[in-house]
Design a protein around this ligand. Structure first.
Ligand code: ZN
Length: 105
């Protein structure tokens, strides 16, 4: 396959960004309707597209790396501040995996 020109690359990235946003909203909608399996499938597709096209911001705090489910605060994830260590703790309520994000250096 020939290399993509920068212009084509920008265009395909823009399309991919829209797809990721659409898949994330579909994933959230499926979760609200109680279909966890479909929600996880949409989240996995969004994650694949995101990593292939290297779209920023990453889905690190949107999709759980442990179980692949979408992280919706209050439903599938809890968010706490660790004031002693100065980081945000995002915990997946499905598998219990924790993610840390430093908020002060
Ligand atoms: Zn999880």
């Amino acid at each position: 396959m020939p290399r993509q020109s920068p212009k084509t690359k920008d265009l395909s990235r823009a399309i991919a960004r829209k797809r990721v946003a659409g898949l994330l909203s579909l994933s959230e909608k499926a979760l609200m309707e109680g279909d966890e399996k479909l929600s996880r499938r949409y989240a996995a597709l969004a994650s694949n597209i995101q990593s292939h096209y290297r779209i920023r911001p990453s889905l690190r705090f949107r999709v759980c790396k442990g179980c692949g489910s979408i992280l919706v605060p209050g439903i599938t994830s809890s968010t706490r501040l660790s004031s002693s260590n100065k980081y945000v703790v995002v915990k997946c309520l499905v598998c219990g995996k924790e993610l840390h994000k430093v908020y002060k250096k």
